[in-house]
Design a protein around this ligand. Sequence first.
Ligand code: HAM
Length: 423
Amino acid sequence: MAYNALKGIQDILPPDIHVWQRIESVAREIFQRYGFQEIRVPIIESTDVFIRSIGETTDIVEKEMYTFQDKAGRSITMRPEGTAPAVRCYVEHHLYNLPVPQKFFYSGPMFRYERPQKGRFRQFYQIGVEAFGVSQPSIDVEVIAMLKNLLEGIGLKEVKFELNSIGCEKCRPDYKNALLKFFESKLSDFCPDCQRRYNTNPLRILDCKVERCIELRKGAPAVAEHLCGDCREHFTGLVSRLDLMKIAYTLNPNLVRGLDYYTRTTFEVTTEHLGAQKAVAAGGRYDRLVEEFGGPSTPAIGFAIGMERIATLLQAQNSELRTPQPKVFIATLGKEAEIEGFKIAEDLRARGFWVEPNYAGASLKSQLRKADRIGAEIAFIIGENELKAGKIQWKNLKKGGQGEVEIKDIPAILTDDIQTSNP
Ligand code: HAM
């Protein structure tokens, strides 16, 4: 009986994993510079955590959550995103008592029962950040600048920052009414999902990907015209700071996002190279969520990057992403040589080198062929005669050149590149 991974769920293997590790290590380094500390939140939460935050009438909650009952009959959901667990954690541990801002990052798998396609999976990985406690646009700029530095740091090219403000609980009702009025007369022409959204969540009509709906919503009122004074001031503060810092962005009045917790700033980083799944990262403000989770009124903002999409783009760009390869292969002939080879391997590993020994007594020719195949840079060859003389042969498999070295001098020649290359 052969088993396969579930539909929309994939294994990440070498060499792809090296691209992932590179993204993760650049992210950690950049986050540290901005004072974002790691938190590890659970993969499963009480289902209410997501319903309360993401919103009952969103696609995620209505159709996409992996929800099950545990043995005690509690409703449990595998996290479809990381913001809700981060807010639950922030409130549960009273982190609002610490100096503001509190800035966190997390990474790991998320689960959404979506229709799998290129760039869309049912288990996918995000690296996300959340900053709590600052209402001023200065932190919006910081978070966006950090995202830009992160994407540049990993070498991602040709991405676009899209930006919008969707207002707050004060101005949203007025905007919703304007939308309802605009859509009313043509409602029957919209897709069934949008017809339902008309009653439950009209802003989401702006985000529908159905061609017919895109056409029908042309000329719809823009949220910018309905922002209250405070929201307008916040948004102006944000864009003027972005301009001053020369961070390029495009205003997109339809950027309403698929999660209900957002207020004011929303942003997405998009690409033209991934087909329909354009967003490689997305985020925004959610100034009400901490309070809704029982904490004190605390503004917050964050984003998450989609690992699969970014890894795919990086691989397609083929930008100097070298797969790590062993530094040393130790070929041995005979039992004593094999034991000496293992000793040398252990010594070199303790010094930080990646060493592959010979495990299975093959001929020298086939051992060297293997060394070549695994991409080793230098092969050491140990036979009976070499052992007696206390010397072994080396061969540089990348640059050519070969010679003899005393066993005690091996570490030195590994760091001395000149000696192991062709004269
Ligand atoms: P989101 O837009 O739902 O936002 O997801 C963020 C990113 O995760 C997307 O831009 C995309 O790159 C990736 N992504 C989402 N769904 C999938 C999927 N099915 N397959 C592959 N990649 C996917 C959030 O999750 C918010 N929690 C972001 C946030 C943090 N907002 C504030 N703080």
